[in-house]
Design a protein around this ligand. Structure first.
Ligand code: SF4
Length: 640
């Protein structure tokens, strides 16, 4: 009989399949704990550093357990790795077949109704006819409707946004294409699967649907959250209400296109509808413009909503209501028209919720982007939702990540998600010898990050460091402003390629980085985590500042205020541990295998001057700290 124990044994099926199998104690400890908690029920928190083999550690007991398991990841990369690589490998190694399903967020699938409306609408004429023809041809041939199959289409190709399924546009069972719909088919497959791989967004979409009596995922008693440190942010995003100028304009345009596609004869309201639609688009443009501010999110205090905002809001609401009514006169003629009327109604509801705000559990904000303005309301805390909808409704909940703990315990993570039940906890170090493989360099300067000399000094440090390692460096910045300033300075003087986040898709930047050993990549948020470059290619990670969330962000400031109201130390209990987890993620880019050697440099002098510095240092892997460049150089020359 195959058991978890013998699967990981020296002569077990994994060893036989792999040939060169290395038994890892921490992997076995995690697998045993997962098996135990799956049998008994309960909550397990497992921090397993890079190289532990944590996905196999939870997948083996999940496969052998026999009950349905949902695995939810934070990123698509990990979702694909689990489904296409790890599960296939394990089923082959164990000689077992279970039904598995891979379900993505619905925006990844083509919507046949939207495609049908799009190709018959004048909008399609604004795209190259060969692109429209290619899309239609693919839609007719594809079995999955998954945009991953369209590998020539770039991530942000606007044509995809015209035809993909979205939460807002999906009609559901009344849709004429429902049975052949790609989303329906993918969900049906998931309904009968033993193990379903999803991402956190979809998991929360399922929770929200369940709260309204429906379901996206099959019923399950066991859920494994990998990359669990991302849950709070994703849950906050998910339980937020948002209305953007683009959403409003698109809903009205889609409605007009749907009416056009319905080709109704003798429609007495046709002219009124077109006029009202146009009027609503103009009013929406004016209203959202009134909220336009400097780029980024700003708090939408009640006193920022003045008489002009209210006047335009009420005029827009009336125009949308009238427009919705004229659409409803067509109800029953065409499902997509009917659905557009619901979308307009939902926008009115959401706008009302945001602009007439009175729920003290939410923070209200306006986000100014280059092409749109978004108005939103976000929950200040997600702990109650999470506790009630996940912890109390599932028998077994397993959290894994390489970064769940701060200062050696899980208290911060538990408090953010409201985990106040008994838990089993495992803190497993990465199987690396950090004292031998890495150095943490914190230069001994005293220039505060708020000092205007900081960036120039940071660039000086960076040039010294990349000369020492001859490139092979990630420079992880805490803001776009810093990233651009550092990039401008370094790219002028560095002899090798200097790459910058945003100049090409992420995978292409990584390929370029690897192709030249002297490369330097300057980046911000999206390279702090989920990037795996083992070996000598990446040998230096430079972090400009401690990654505190911006205190001016409305959600962060509301959380700080909320904790302060409870007489708690928001800085030490929320801001420091949150930043420590992000810092640990950044650090984690460096050492990916037992053969890697390298330096992590943190250029923030607060690690020398502030009392909280130790909270950061204690949360990082135990690489020795060096303050003098000469000493660092000596280590580098004699060890790498
Ligand atoms: S069911 Fe929804 S996603 Fe599927 S084709 Fe219809 S509208 Fe599109």
């Amino acid at each position: 009989m195959i058991t978890v124990k013998n699967t990981f044994a020296k002569d077990g099926p994994l060893a036989k399949k792999l040939g060169r199998y290395e038994k890892r104690d921490s992997q076995i400890r995690l697998a045993n704990a997962v098996e135990r908690v799956m049998e008994m029920g309960g909550v397990l928190l497992g921090e397993a550093g890079t190289g532990t083999g944590k996905t196999l550690a939870y997948l083996v007991p999940a496969i052998l357990n026999g009950n349905r398991v949902v695995v939810s990841t934070g990123t698509r990369n990990l979702q694909e790795q689990i489904f296409f690589r790890d599960l296939e490998f394990l089923m082959d190694a164990l000689g077992l077949t279970i039904r598995t399903a891979y379900l993505k967020g619905q925006e990844n699938y083509l919507c046949k109704t939207r495609l049908n409306t799009f190709v018959h609408s004048p909008k399609s004429l604004s795209y190259a006819s060969k692109d429209v023809a290619k899309l239609t041809r693919w839609a007719n041939l594809s079995d999955t409707g998954d945009r991953m199959e369209l590998d020539e289409m770039s991530d942000d190709d606007p044509i995809w946004r015209e035809v993909n399924s979205t939460r807002e546009t999906r009609i559901g069972a009344r849709c004429p294409f429902f049975d052949e719909c790609f989303v329906t088919r993918a969900r049906r497959e998931a309904m009968v699967a033993d193990l379903v791989v999803v991402n956190h967004h979809l998991y929360f979409a399922d929770l929200a649907t369940r709260m309204q009596g429906g379901a996206i995922l099959p019923s399950h008693e066991t859920v494994i959250f990998d990359e669990a440190h991302l849950i709070e942010d994703i849950a906050t995003e998910f339980f937020s209400t948002k209305v953007s100028s683009l959403r409003t304009e698109r809903a009205i345009s889609d409605a007009l296109a749907a009416v056009g596609a319905a080709a109704l004869r003798d429609d007495p309201y046709a002219n009124d509808r077109a006029r009202l639609g146009k009027q609503a688009i103009d009013l929406a443009a004016t209203l959202f413009d009134l909220f336009r501010g400097p780029l980024g999110r700003a708090n939408l205090e009640s006193d920022r909503i003045d008489a002009a905002h209210r006047q335009y809001y009420h005029r827009l609401d009336s125009a949308l209501e009238a427009f919705e009514m004229t659409l409803k006169t067509l109800e029953g003629c065409e499902e997509s028209v009917d659905h557009c009327a619901h979308r307009i109604g939902a926008i009115r509801n959401d706008l009302g919720e945001i602009l007439e705000h009175n729920d003290h559990r939410f923070v209200y904000w306006a986000d100014t982007r280059r092409r749109s303005v978004i108005l939103g309301a976000s929950p200040i805390e997600v702990a109650d939702y999470f506790r009630n909808e996940v912890l109390f409704k599932r028998e077994t909940v397993i959290f894994c990540s390489a970064t769940l703990s701060t200062e050696g315990d899980f208290e911060f993570f538990k408090s953010r998600l409201g985990i106040d039940v008994e838990t089993e906890e495992l803190l497993l170090d990465a199987p690396f010898n950090y004292p031998k493989q890495a150095r943490l360099y914190i230069p001994n300067h005293r220039i505060d990050p708020r000092d205007e000399r900081f960036t120039a000094n940071a660039c000086h440090e960076i040039k010294q460091l990349i000369s020492l390692t001859d490139g092979g460096a990630f420079i992880l910045c805490t803001s776009f402003k810093n990233m651009n300033a550092i990039y401008a300075d370094i790219s002028e003087s560095w002899h090798g390629p200097v790459l910058k986040q945003g100049d090409a898709p992420k995978f292409s930047l990584i390929e370029q980085f690897i192709s030249d050993p002297s490369s330097v990549l300057v980046a911000t948020t999206s390279f702090w985590q989920g990037v795996d470059i083992p070996g000598h290619h990446l040998r230096l990670v430079i972090i400009d500042k401690l990654p505190f969330s911006s205190p001016s962000d409305p959600v962060v400031s509301a959380r700080v205020a909320h904790l302060t109201e409870q007489n708690r130390n928001a800085f030490m209990e929320y801001q420091v541990p949150q930043a420590a987890i992000t810092l640990k993620q950044g650090f984690g880019r460096l050492i990916r295998t037992a053969a890697d050697r390298g330096i992590v440099a943190i250029l923030d002098s607060r690690l020398h001057t502030k009392r909280y510095a130790q909270s950061f240092i204690r949360s990082l892997p135990n690489a020795p700290v060096i303050e003098q460049f000469a000493q660092l150089k000596q280590w580098w020359v004699s060890n790498v």
